[in-house]
Design a protein around this ligand. Sequence first.
Ligand code: MG
Length: 257
Amino acid sequence: MRIARFVQDSDPAFGVVDGDEGREEIAVIKGDPFFSGVQLTGERHKLEDVRLLAPIIPRSKVVGIGKNYADHAAEMGGEVPPAPLMFLKPNTSVIGPNDPVVLPSFSDEVSYEAELAVVIGRICKDVPLDRVDEVIFGYTCANDLTARDAQRTDNQWARAKGFDTSCPLGPWIETELDTDDLAIRGYLNGQLVQDGNTGDMIWGVKELVSYVSQAFTLLPGDVILTGTPAGVGLISDGERYDVSIEGIGRLSNTARS
Ligand code: MG
């Protein structure tokens, strides 16, 4: 099931996206599916008649994972870390499909990073590997935008990874997905620049959720970014970046200064 958040002419609402590609519709959900499950109101819209928002604004945090693909660790000139390397992006970094990425004035080197995002469905802590499935709500596409110059000069990555608009999410959350072997691709102005597979993650989704939950209590709507494959590069004013993940869909955002 694909769960989106959208506005039509009223307040933001959640909905279930169905139908064939190019002719999708959205069935409106009553309330918040993270807390009250999926109850439909009976109201439907054509997808093209609504504006999609970030499918979730995390209640508390986006947890990022650095260097989780060996080919990306190599292109950054580093080794794979001995354990997952974590950082945080504030929920104010989250934007939705087609929202502009506003390039921060303190950086001349903003990079795109196509990533699979895990959306947490229930409060949890110290989740054992064999119970991770119980705490996942679903999956969406993410772009972990990073100011490389600030990443080099600052010991902490808060500014480099956490600036406003640095975390596009969308277009919706797919709740049923096997993440073992999914093509993950990134396109700069329509040109393929990242071409990876989730099967090449060093730590898979289960390991990451379990590991992250040893440090942080995870809340419904929290998001874990699972790292980017090779092919990262810079994005500048007016350029568009699309993240496409097999079984989910395509997230597109244009940068502006
Ligand atoms: Mg990343």
